[in-house]
Write a protein that binds this ligand. Structure first.
Ligand SMILES: [Zn+2]
Ligand SMILES: [Zn+2]
Length: 173
């Protein structure tokens, strides 16, 4: 969304609040989720910009709801990821390095943060989702979901094949 900063720049106001949504399939900037993840609702953006004697600061959060699978037990899961997006607001032409990630740049009195917000959201989105921190995962042998209780697989460690040969020799003796 385009945020009009003219009330701030003209000194009429020292704070602008905003609250809006970014659709998932906006034509110029579709939001592509990572593999095995689907986003289930528009990105909710809210925050404010303050002006403190010419020093402008943006404080925002972006929320995205998702569905996916647990990386350990493969069960379905859903959740909400929240990104904190805080930047210094600079006027175009007054910032030396406009690609610097600490800044968002005002051009012609307006600010459009959606592109960098979505970029950050996808960058920070967890690459490994778990149904719960202590998920026990699947048994590597029988693939039972160990969150539902232990399986019947023998619990002893597999014998090193070299030792197994030795054991056999001893048995034959
Ligand atoms: Zn799990
Ligand atoms: Zn098992």
């Amino acid at each position: 969304m385009i945020i009009d900063l003219k009330p701030l720049l003209s000194g009429q106001s020292s704070r602008i609040d905003f609250d809006y949504e970014i659709g998932l399939d906006e034509e110029d900037n579709p939001i592509i989720p990572p593999d095995d993840v689907s986003f289930t609702a528009p990105v909710k953006v809210s925050g404010y910009i303050t002006d403190n004697a010419g020093y402008m600061k943006l404080v925002a959060t972006a929320e995205i709801e998702y569905e996916s699978h647990c990386a350990r037990c493969l069960e379905d899961l859903c959740g909400k990821f929240v990104l904190n997006f805080n930047r210094i607001v600079g006027l175009s032409g007054t910032i030396q390095d406009e690609d610097n990630d600490d800044f968002v740049v005002v051009r012609g009195g307006i600010l459009d943060i959606d592109r960098s917000l979505v970029e950050d959201l996808l960058l920070e989105f967890p690459s490994r989702l778990l149904c719960k921190e202590e998920c026990a995962g699947l048994c590597p042998r029988c693939a039972k979901n160990l969150n539902l209780g232990p399986c019947d697989c023998p619990k002893k460690r597999e014998i090193d094949p070299r030792l197994a040969i030795l054991q056999k020799l001893l048995e034959n003796d």
